[in-house]
Design a binder for this molecule. Structure first.
Ligand code: UDP
Ligand code: MN
Length: 274
């Protein structure tokens, strides 16, 4: 039974990150997600991408910091460097949902993750770089204007120790590492693709149960070149990508090639015949 008061939520502030959001949304559909799919966008996103996004997501919601309520505007003026971070916090305003799972636009879902809705706010997986902090690429939350206001207040008063949402959320939900083990999502819900190899026996043992891959870091899947005939990304010669990372990248590109690019094709044909 589909549950209509719960949603998977992502964010894309420009057309580039929309490519990630589209593949993520399609990967959730492929795994028969039973919750609504929501993407938050900002005014920079082009009208073409908005149309394409509606083909994958149930709701495409524009959020605009500048036009937002006074307290958001104020937080933004005081801390302009937190632009994208404050945009991510908008997910708490989705109060027509009782519970949501946020996923970064650079994540890819490999199997059904509906069971995450059994968890409560604030649940997240450890960050591979500092496991006493959670990684903010995947988290379970409960929309609430009150929480949203408190988060913005926290941002205005304290900023963020890493300049982004992860630092802010970790200092706001500061009891995460000690208070309740149920709020620690297993690492398989947020496996950083470029760190998988650092403990390779664990990857050998548990890698096949990975449910969400996170392409965190500066090089995103859409930055690679892909050979559709070979079904493989082209190695950049740097040897940067390890074997597991390459197979996750190939999965991302396979979805992009098979399910996302055709959405553009049909739109272009419509334009030509208009
Ligand atoms: N994001 C965005 N536009 C940007 C940067 C980030 O929409 O210019 C959103 C997007 O959902 C992205 C998330 O914010 O996945 C966090 O940024 P990113 O994934 O690049 O950070 P990382 O996971 O590499 O630390
Ligand atoms: Mn990310």
């Amino acid at each position: 039974m589909p549950v209509s008061d719960q949603a998977f939520v992502t964010l894309a502030t420009n057309d580039i990150y929309c490519q990630g959001a589209l593949v993520l949304g399609q990967s959730l559909r492929n795994q028969r997600a039973t919750r609504k799919l929501v993407v938050l966008i900002t005014p920079q996103v082009s009208s073409l991408l908005r149309v394409i996004l509606t083909k994958v997501f149930d709701e495409v919601i524009e959020v605009n910091l500048i036009d937002s309520a006074d307290y958001i505007h104020l937080a933004f003026l005081k801390r302009p460097e937190l632009g994208v971070t404050l945009t991510k916090l908008h997910c708490w305003t989705l109060t027509h949902y009782s519970k949501c799972v946020f996923l970064d636009a650079d994540t890819l879902v490999l199997s059904n993750i509906d069971e995450l809705f059994d968890r409560t706010e604030f649940s997240a997986a450890p960050d591979p770089g500092w496991p006493d902090c959670f990684n903010s690429g995947v988290f379970v939350f409960q929309p609430s204007l009150e929480t949203h206001g408190l988060l913005l207040q926290h941002a205005t008063d304290h900023g963020s120790f890493d300049g982004a949402d992860q630092g802010l959320l970790n200092s706001f939900f500061s009891s995460w590492s000690t208070a309740d083990i149920h709020k620690h999502l297993p690492f398989i819900y947020n496996l950083s693709s470029n760190n998988a190899y650092t403990y390779s026996p664990a990857f050998k043992r548990f890698g096949s149960s990975v449910k969400v891959v996170h392409f965190l870091g500066p090089t995103k899947p859409w930055n690679y070149k892909y050979n559709p005939q070979m079904g493989s990304v082209l190695e950049e010669g740097s040897g940067l990508a390890n074997q597991h990372q390459t197979s996750f990248l190939n999965l991302w590109w396979k979805i992009y090639q098979h399910s996302i690019l055709p959405l553009y094709g049909s739109f272009r044909d419509e334009e030509e015949h208009a």
